[in-house]
Design a protein around this ligand. Structure first.
Ligand SMILES: NC(=O)c1ccc[n+]([C@@H]2O[C@H](COP(=O)([O-])OP(=O)(O)OC[C@H]3O[C@@H](n4cnc5c(N)ncnc54)[C@H](O)[C@@H]3O)[C@@H](O)[C@H]2O)c1
Length: 413
């Protein structure tokens, strides 16, 4: 029988959230077992090849060779852990409603191996009540009899992949536990890893706060995307307007327009809020409108780009620059560039793409910057993308990122 040891942490899910947490915990002196049900990823990690941009191969290799970290598919290893964190995806289903299948399967996977006096924390984003109504009942039902006391907390992850300033250590961490003893343990655990902990009175507060943070972004992005279309239709440069508004020292926070919203968080989490509101007889109307506006953006961008092409060209060749949902990562989940490409193709364009962080996207390969095109769309400005050579060609380029200076061939949203 495996015996629980202090300072042993098991993390379920070794992705954008779980792996950086593992490395931060190793730095803080924890022995970490990274559990993932995707065997190929586990093998890749154990070979010292990081699947996440924010963690270098070197950092991973150092953690593995020191003996402080290993990845495995074996859930029984959680029995050694005094703390287990769940960091698995919480996507939407085909009806665009919360899909907790992976979260449930993670809870089911660990339940028979949780030792007595273990702290179980969910870091996955979900609607208020997920810890109390979904995770705890599964674990309590399936745990062994000798696991008499299990502590539970919610501590939603706030990691921002590609961010060089904010990381697991220096980003304040919300912690809301199911009872006082759980809170004491959860605070102690995160205090060992993070600089600042914000304790809240219940897991539901932490879960709701995470949805508020991401809904705030979704709604403000939708606002600026709509505002951009109004400005552009009237010949006003929205970026100049945003810069002007940003001179107000209080009460305004700049958001920039773009192709839409992408990634696993901003387009997804607010729909957890909308679903949760409906379950409780309410409505999150502003979320639904914001979602609609952001989903219209790729169509708007496609039309703007095609309007820059010589109208005698029957099959315009369009080069999309950057397909990841944001700079500095190769993450293409929910990227709005998919919808952009679909609209362009539906309009009869031939579409190619280039992204130094992505090698294959939706079954297609990138082209190099020598590809000849009638219009280019800068959708995501990836570091290391050499745009100088494109600008020299003097072919129209629609900059959706507000990163190129004034030049004859460049238009902005
Ligand atoms: N990516 C972000 O920027 C970010 C930021 C904050 C919060 N979050 C939230 O964190 C959670 C995890 O997101 P992520 O981006 O790290 O996902 P990810 O896809 O990068 O990684 C999740 C990992 O979990 C594994 N997995 C899935 N189901 C499993 C199971 N049942 N058992 C074991 N392993 C399993 C997958 O194989 C994958 O490797 C989500 O709820 C997300 O909303 C993500």
């Amino acid at each position: 029988m495996i015996v629980q040891r202090p300072q042993v942490l098991a993390i379920i899910g070794q992705g954008y959230v779980g792996l950086p947490l593992a490395m931060a915990a190793v730095d803080a002196g924890w022995a970490v077992i990274g559990i993932d049900n995707f065997a190929a990823k586990v093998a890749q990690i154990n070979e010292g090849s990081s699947p996440v941009e924010d963690i270098s191969d070197k950092q991973l290799q150092t953690a593995i060779s020191s003996g402080a970290y290993k990845a495995t598919t074996d859930f029984s290893e959680v029995a050694q852990a005094s703390v287990i964190t769940i960091c698995v995806p919480t996507p939407l289903d085909s009806k665009r409603e919360p899909d907790l299948t992976l979260l449930r399967s993670a809870a089911t996977g660990i339940a028979p191996y949780v030792s007595n006096e273990t702290l179980v924390v969910s870091e996955s984003t979900s609607y208020p009540g997920t810890l109390r109504d979904v995770i705890i009942p599964i674990i309590n039902q399936l745990k062994r009899e000798d696991a008499r006391i299990v502590y539970f907390a919610s501590a939603p992850e706030r990691v921002n992949p590609g961010d060089v300033i904010w990381n697991q250590k220096n980003t304040p961490r919300l912690v809301g536990a199911i009872d006082e003893k759980s809170q004491i343990r959860a605070l102690a655990f995160y205090e060992s890893i993070c600089d600042v902990i914000v304790g809240v009175s219940a897991p539901e507060v932490a879960e709701a706060a995470k949805l508020l943070e991401n809904t705030f972004r979704l709604v403000n992005i939708a606002l600026i995307n709509e505002f951009t279309q109004l400005c552009s239709a009237n010949g006003i440069n929205v970026n100049e307007v945003i810069n002007a508004a940003s001179s107000k020292p209080y009460g305004y926070m700049p958001f920039r327009p773009g192709v839409g919203v992408g990634g696993h968080c901003i387009p997804v989490d607010p729909l957890y809020l909308a679903w949760w509101a409906k379950q409780n007889g309410g409505e999150a109307g502003i979320v639904e409108v914001a979602d609609l506006i952001n989903h219209e953006m790729p169509k708007y961008v496609a039309e703007r780009a095609l309007s820059l092409v010589n109208q005698n060209i029957e099959t315009p060749r369009v080069l999309i620059l950057g397909v990841a949902y944001k700079p500095g990562v190769g993450d293409v989940r929910e990227t709005p560039v998919s919808e952009l490409r679909n609209y362009l193709k539906a309009k009869g364009a031939e579409v190619a793409w280039h992204d130094p962080f992505v090698s294959v996207w939706e079954g297609t390969n990138p082209v190099d910057l020598g590809w000849s095109y009638d219009v280019a769309i800068l959708a995501t400005k990836q570091p290391g993308m050499n745009l100088e050579q494109l600008l020299e060609r003097d072919v129209p380029l629609l900059d959706c990122t507000n990163s190129l200076g004034a030049q004859e061939s460049v238009s902005w949203l």
